[in-house]
Design a protein around this ligand. Sequence first.
Ligand code: PHE
Length: 410
Amino acid sequence: IKKDLTSNIDYTATIPLNGNIPNTITEKLGKNLHLTTDHPLNLIKKKIQHHFAQQKDGPAFKFYDEFSPRVTSKQNFDELLFPKNHVGRSANDTYYYSRDQLLRTHTSAHQTHLLRDSQRAFLVTGDVYRRDTIDSVHYPIFHQMEGVRTFTPAELAKLAPNSAKLEYNSATNYYEDAEYKNNEEVKLVEAHLKKSLEDMIRDVIGHPDMQIRWINAYFPFTSPSWEMEILFQDKWLEVLGCGVVHPSIMTNCGLIDSRGWAFGLGLERLAMILFEIPDIRLFWTQDSRFHNQFRGVDKNPKELTHIDIKNVKFQSYSKYPSCFKDMTFWLPTEGFHENSYYEFLRSIGGDLIENVEMIDQFKHPKNGKTSQCYRIHYRSMERNLTNEEIDKIQTEIRSKIEKHLNVQLR
Ligand code: PHE
């Protein structure tokens, strides 16, 4: 959730009363990959926790790994200052149980209750859910880690003794306000945040000289905000979002005159880089050829100790051949949501669908209708697919799609 994508639609009205969570998602609830010993996501999680456990310059970090992904829209959006018309709230992007219960779209959903509970420094790890495209780096469930560190007025007075005082004012636009952004306390928190995250990422990746850069970003719940990018194999890759916690949030949580920083990091992204894992579906495989490569890497599963992953690289077992099928249809005039199409495909083809791309679009000159052609690539991570089974899936898709999405096959 990155941009201030707002429109004049009231997204609450788009949420089906009985929600929009398909079985393909329900089946995966409670798998808790991040809690499974020697799973690559667990290894990364422990490395980051271990790094923060070593920090001695402030309050001790507490770790929370078992919060339920089912949260309220208040926790996931309202308390984090998402406007009512933010697209992230739409049922096209988010899985809802009902209008006010949903599957968290980010671990930031836990920030405010922990801040209210006076927790001063913490990491929250968990599974998060987003309706999205289908390809090698996108999957509707992934894992995030949230980090928050606060500074009390006393600590700030010590670290930035000459800072001008910032009176909280609900009328101030903290996303823009120069006095706020240049305030010495805010600058101090910014510097602490960037240093902490640079140290963490270099430690976890194991390259003390790793190149890092900061890009200005926008999140409703932090200001100022940034994304960290790292130079990996000649490419700048985004690894996390972060910022100074918005003063309204601190105030609403009873932390008047305190400040804080927060970050949110995708564990799959980091694991894919570190272990050279080429496809995000592999995190969900049961194949022992995948899991055997990580078995025993964590020498002390019950304790938070250093884990050496320097030489742990995933060796792709031979990729099974892929095949593709094209599918062309007329879009309904009332609108078409690609995420619903992807989800529909997954509901039938499951993880055998490797990616889906639109390869052609055509607008009829007379009736103005649009036709789109999609290429669906199939591949198993575990075995050879037979023509028969792909044909069967494809036939089922074709037989159900018109009714399901109101399109017209060509
Ligand atoms: N929750 C944000 C996301 O999912 C990341 C973030 C966390 C940004 C904390 C700022 C502070 O994209």
